[in-house]
Design a protein around this ligand. Structure first.
Ligand code: CP3
Length: 345
């Protein structure tokens, strides 16, 4: 079977149509998701391979997107090794005992295949379902800096006070923490690819909180090591962060195949900043809240910025907002498939 357009676009090759998928495509914007999920913790749903497979498939069926993304979360491996993480609806990951001293390093033991059996079983089921349409599955992990910010802050933050204090006051402890997270991330991603994920995305969602010097010193080395340690697998990689306009050139040094660009940076400028590699993005998620016409107009603006050169994967600039009407995203997929020109033969 021929290589899917999504994978060809990741490699900067010509495509039959511009591929599109949405970060957070599986989730609360879908009525079928809300119906299935009920009120339990999202971690319970992730722990049930049959349910997690079904949720992964929901947006693929509804939207006809060019890729599935595993229904999971960036904190899943840390939950699996018993670090004491929960996901609170409307808030995000919350840590009962945040990381604060060298003693906490012992709570970050190596990840084993058994710890993540629920995840790899889900992947086995999803890969089987996707076979008929040759749709690739995206595996993912949180980048070490973003995960560290959750583990140290104890939850979502706007100030990043604790993680930045740790970085600057105790850089060696910070390095030890990132080393542990890097090892876990590599194991987690390798397992996902071994079970059939054909692309991986590294979410460094909070890298935009850093200065260039901080990014270079405290985030880039770990991200670089993750990507170098999975390079032998030969799957395309996507590196994504929010508010990273000033960091895109530095992030390119981590050598992902594709760079995710949030909506603050025009795609033509984004492409320049990442040295011409493939880019993914970047319709403002808020542009999808005002109905079909506004979203389609926004999608056309993004495609115009993407130009006709190969190497564009259409996506939002960050995750789908929960109040998004699914019919709006259906229209966006249609217009991208019909009108996208980047690399189209
Ligand atoms: O993209 C997808 O469709 C796949 C599923 C996915 C989830 N989380 C499921 C989820 C992915 C790729 C993630 C990654 C993730 N998780 C990131 C990186 C992406 C980004 O948004 O920057 C981050 C920072 C997290 C941490 C996290 N988990 C947050 C901030 C939240 C939202 C809290 C809330 O309720 O608003 C979660 C919970 C979460 N993860 C939900 C989903 C579908 C919603 C909660 C639920 O359904 O109970």
């Amino acid at each position: 079977m021929s290589e899917p357009v999504f994978i060809r676009a990741c490699r900067g090759e010509s495509v039959a149509h511009v591929p599109v998928w949405f970060m957070r495509q599986a989730g609360r914007s879908l009525p079928e998701y809300r119906a299935l999920r009920g009120t339990g913790s999202i971690l319970e749903a992730i722990g049930d391979p049959v349910l997690a497979c079904e949720i992964t498939m929901q947006p693929v069926r509804r939207y006809g997107v060019d890729a599935a993304i595993l229904f999971s979360d960036i904190i899943v491996p840390y939950h699996a090794i018993g670090f004491g993480v929960d996901i609170v609806p409307g808030r995000g990951p919350v840590i009962a005992q945040p990381f604060s001293s060298a003693a906490d390093l012992e709570r970050l033991r190596d990840l084993t295949d058994v710890d993540i059996e629920h995840v790899t079983r889900t992947i086995d089921l999803v890969v089987k379902e996707l076979e008929a349409t040759n749709t690739p599955l995206i595996g993912f992990a949180g980048a070490p800096f973003t995960v560290a910010s959750y583990l140290v802050e104890g939850g979502p933050t706007r100030e990043f006070a604790l993680i930045k204090t740790l970085m600057h006051a105790e850089p060696l402890l910070f390095d030890l923490l990132l080393d542990r997270l890097t090892d876990i991330t590599i194991t987690f991603l390798r397992a996902q690819v071994a079970h059939g994920a054909r692309v991986v995305q590294l979410f460094d969602s909070w890298a935009g909180a850093l200065t260039r010097d901080e990014y270079r010193r405290f985030a880039l080395p770990a991200t670089e090591r993750v990507l170098a340690s999975i390079a032998d697998l030969g799957v395309p990689t996507i590196l994504f962060g929010v508010g990273t306009g000033e960091l895109l050139e530095l992030m390119s040094a981590a050598n992902s195949s594709v760079m995710g660009i949030d909506w603050h940076v025009d795609l033509d400028e984004g492409r320049r900043r990442v040295g011409g590699r493939a880019v993914q993005g970047n319709l403002d998620p808020a542009r999808c809240l005002g109905g079909v016409d506004l979203a389609v107009e926004g999608a056309r603006e993004v495609m115009a910025r993407a130009g006709s050169e190969a190497g564009h994967i259409f996506n939002l600039g960050h995750g789908v907002l929960p109040s998004t009407d699914p019919s709006t995203l259906e229209a966006v997929v249609r217009v991208v498939h019909e009108e996208g020109l980047a690399g189209v033969r």
